[in-house]
Design a protein around this ligand. Sequence first.
Ligand code: FAD
Length: 568
Amino acid sequence: MIPLKPIADLPTHEVVNMPPPIGDQDLWAGDIALREAVAREGAGPAAGRLADFGRLMGQDAVFEKADRANRHAPELRAFDRHGRRINQVDYHPAYHDLMEIAVANGAPNHAWRQNGPGGGPGAHATNMAIVYLFSQAESGVLCPMAMTYSVMPVLRNNPGAGDEWIPRLLSAEYDARDIPAAEKAGALVGMFMTEKQGGSDVRANSTTAEPAGAQTGEGAAYLLSGHKFFCSAPMCDAFLTLAYTGGGLSCFLMPRWTPDGARNGLFIQRLKDKLGNRSNASSEMELQDCWAVMIGPEGRGVRTIMDMVTGNRLYCATNSAALMRQALVQALHHTGHRTAFQKKLIQQPLMRNVLVDLALEAEAALALAMRVARTFDEAGNGEEAAALFRIGTAIAKFWNCKRAPAHTAEALECLGGPGYIEESPMPRLYREAPLNSIWEGSGNVICLDVLRALHREPAVAPALLAELETAQGGHALFDAALDGLKADLADRENLEFRARRLTERMAVLWQAALLVRHAPAPVADAFCASRLGDRWTGSFGTLPAGTDFAAILERALPHGELHGEVAA
Ligand SMILES: Cc1cc2nc3c(=O)[nH]c(=O)nc-3n(C[C@H](O)[C@H](O)[C@H](O)COP(=O)(O)OP(=O)(O)OC[C@H]3O[C@@H](n4cnc5c(N)ncnc54)[C@H](O)[C@@H]3O)c2cc1C
């Protein structure tokens, strides 16, 4: 028999100047900014478990599972083999493995498993650190995790449904079986608001609810009829949704199975063929006499369900920060090993400018997400804390999610052609990025929400300014920009036209404030010099020549072996 040649010895060429596989990553130990943010925002006591989780999530095997769960997208199995309607979705085994990891490690409920009404000190910050670590490998699985995390305040305010559902949602066990939730080891909750004729404008909903018995109003059973156009994670055990009663648009908790053990009247019409987020099923649904219980006061459905939306928005902001971090890590790895024009790419001045700019953006996004996570932990600590919690999620959701698509595109380009090829994780990060900006309030809607908060709640603007003023005196450009923001806030003309500019300024200033106070000087200086100077266009790689590129790269690099390349 003729011996086979090893792969490296292909007859035409030897593979050189290609980076080695990135292999197992330590997403905790390799991320200084994360470790600092965790300590700063009150999650320090969880550092040990986060370290373990960071090692787990960084494993090549976990990234492989994520790749498979996204390549083999879920399929609708509407009927069983006898023609009975079952409305099931089949997922690749890798999806279930990832779901199990997420639930076992508290992605949907860590904060709520802790003591205290809001979870206790550091509980939400820890939860978001878990989300950040998980998101770097996979995002689709996090959709039902986000919704389950976010529904808790709604259920806590509604003891009837809460007593029944909260213990199931606090479980550390993922139970994929499609059986009544009461018989399961753990449960997950989704959220259906969007209809064809109105997504942002949910008051355009046409789904109706009729009382199922003599009792009406909060806590009563209703039968819902209508459609929902975007229903993600449709295999969840229950869903929060909106429907009109005679008393107005109201919120309902709709289980997959009715209390008497029958399949509920929700019918999956089809699964969406999505740009990204492919491991997660998103469906269209018809509701036919679908049994549900009213949650919160009749006619106050939007108010009630908004308590769920807030948590989802924090998830979006955190997930976007994580996409940026992993995109940066991949870019650093590639450019650290690839030579062009006699130098490693990471040593080429213009590439260094791009990489450092990407690093600044990723660190700023993480700092903001973790700071806002702390506002969840502190929301009960008086008016100012509550006001910061109110506006913080909107600001971080808008800006982190807005920056992630541009960031991941630029990081992808750092890899050249291979970045565009599906074997690399880059296309998945890139395709995921725009989604966070769309769901849970698209960009404009979020900015209008910021205006609403500023108008309706007098404590909001002072709370935000007090937070920003903690960094005053730390950088001249910061001080000038803060004065500019104050002038912008005082100007009441054309506010709707200016809402994006205003929200963007708040976000960038908040990120700058956090970096000025807590990051090493080269990071804070470069961030302020670029983002708060008058020449910033938002594109990456435009940092001033005086930037301390080496120091910022050193901080961003996760892998010890590359440090030698950075000093150049
Ligand atoms: C993959 C995916 C999964 C989803 N999963 C779910 C789910 O599980 N449950 C669910 O309920 N929804 C889900 N959605 C729907 C999502 O929340 C909506 O698409 C989103 O809220 C926007 O609503 P819309 O699509 O109807 O767009 P529209 O409301 O028509 O908005 C279109 C654009 O107009 C802008 N706009 C709206 N109002 C204004 C205004 N007053 N001024 C200026 N601009 C404005 C918006 O910002 C947006 O850019 C999902 C969406 C996607 C893409």
